[in-house]
Design a protein around this ligand. Structure first.
Ligand code: PMP
Length: 414
């Protein structure tokens, strides 16, 4: 507790903000208050400069070139893979596959591992809080194979009760695919317990780490999952890059996702053999500079005290929850204990889209809508929510700005 407080005090958010050029701009003549990092985070100068440097000084296609510049680009691309490996504590470099994002990574697993190992009648367990990216690929697999999707329920406060979860896992379960952290509710799922349940049933566990990687320490070996996916752009890196981590034996057993250059061992018109992972899953020219940018984002995060960042974000969340609850007509959605710094809410009499549009006039960027989680909206009995999400650069003053803008919006809308 004390340690946490000391860490919070030591966290210099002003210094951190100075690293993010966009935060200095105004919107509609008001200082930008960016509270939509769960959708996509802003980028520090270090990432922007690394991307610019790569294009200005180190750019060529990777892996195939016999000349200095291509070797330099290849070294930087592969160095980014090693940075990711260390960041998630993967046992082996070959377990880290670059994709264009979390969505592609989940589709890759569904289309390769799923089509190879899931049969009619097999069960895949999801939860009620999943993002469409972790629902639709499994529905496509269901349509192709005749497997069955089972959905673990969410409690009213947004928690996932492990007792209830256990009830949907059974002898037919072959895969459990769940969010590490909910993008709507901020709930941190009990992923270690889920891993135990999944493995006891002989199933594999895929974690959608899009939000988890931002707010939690991720050690893929310690988490006990079999697949972990995330997108670079929520982790202060560029768009167009994501990660699929999977255990080596799984990647070895999976067929390729796409065919093309770079993923082969040898090609004849009669027969083609594959390169070993990760190349087997990286057909074509990869997102070279995006990977380098993600590596720079990880380097940047490694310069910060991540415990202090976590304490700062949870202090922001606590303050936001308390402040929002005091605004008349506001109802918080997602109040699970230990949750991450993502807060959905609804305001009586105001549609979330209208609210977000009015807040924008005050320079406050929040998300409004179903957040790519329509099944969860239906369970919660709402069409949409407004969501404020907090990142390492947000301040208590920005929470105050959100609340002031909300009160002003009430005057306009109600
Ligand atoms: N899962 C979760 C939990 C997310 O928050 C998101 C992004 N909103 C995704 C998956 C999809 O990520 P991307 O669009 O970057 O592939």
């Amino acid at each position: 507790m004390n340690k946490k407080l000391v860490k919070t005090a030591a966290y210099d958010v002003t210094k951190v903000r100075a690293d993010f050029p966009i935060l200095a701009r105004e919107v509609h003549g008001k200082p930008l208050v960016y509270l939509d990092s769960a959708a996509s985070a802003q980028k520090p100068r270090q990432v922007i400069e690394a991307i610019s440097r790569a294009y200005s000084h180190e750019y060529a296609n990777v892996h195939r070139g016999a000349y200095y510049l291509s070797e330099t680009a290849t070294t930087a691309y592969e160095a980014a893979r090693e940075k990711v490996r260390r960041f998630i504590n993967a046992a082996r470099l070959k377990e880290v596959v670059f994709t264009k994002g979390a969505t592609e990574a989940i589709n890759l697993v569904a289309a390769t591992w799923g089509r190879s190992f899931i049969k009619a009648g097999d069960e895949i367990v999801l939860t009620a809080v999943e993002h469409h990216s972790n629902i639709v690929p499994w529905q496509l697999l269901r349509d192709a194979t005749g497997c069955v999707l089972r959905i673990a329920p969410v409690a009213v406060n947004g928690s996932i009760d492990i007792q209830e979860f256990a009830k949907v896992i059974g002898p037919k379960t072959k895969l459990v695919a769940v969010a590490h952290v909910s993008n709507v509710l901020g709930t941190v799922l009990p992923v270690r317990e889920i891993a135990e349940l999944a493995h006891a049933a002989g199933a594999k566990l895929l974690l959608d780490g899009c939000q988890g990687i931002v707010h939690e320490y991720v050690d893929v070996q310690d988490l006990g999952c079999d697949f972990y996916v995330f997108s670079g752009h929520k982790l202060y890196g560029p768009t167009g890059i994501g990660i699929l981590w999977a255990r080596e034996a799984l990647l070895e057993a999976m067929p390729p996702y796409q065919g093309g250059g770079d993923m082969i061992d040898s090609v004849t018109f009669a027969k083609t053999t594959w390169a070993p992972p990760p190349a087997k899953f990286e057909a074509g020219t990869p997102p070279i500079v995006q990977a380098i940018g993600l590596g720079a984002a990880i380097d940047y995060l490694n310069t910060l005290d991540r415990a202090a960042v976590a304490a700062h974000e949870s202090a922001l969340l606590r303050y936001a929850m308390t402040s929002l609850a005091q605004v008349p007509g506001v109802r918080l959605i997602g109040t699970a204990p230990g949750k991450a710094a993502v807060q959905s809410f609804v305001m009586e009499g105001a549609h979330p889209h209208d609210l977000a549009t009015v807040l924008d006039r005050s320079g406050v960027c929040v998300r409004a809508g179903h957040h790519c989680a329509q099944p969860l909206m239906e369970i919660l009995g709402v069409n949409a929510t407004t969501r404020a999400s907090f990142a390492l650069y947000n301040t208590m003053g920005e929470v105050d700005a959100l609340i002031a803008a909300l009160r002003k919006a009430q005057e306009v809308l109600l």
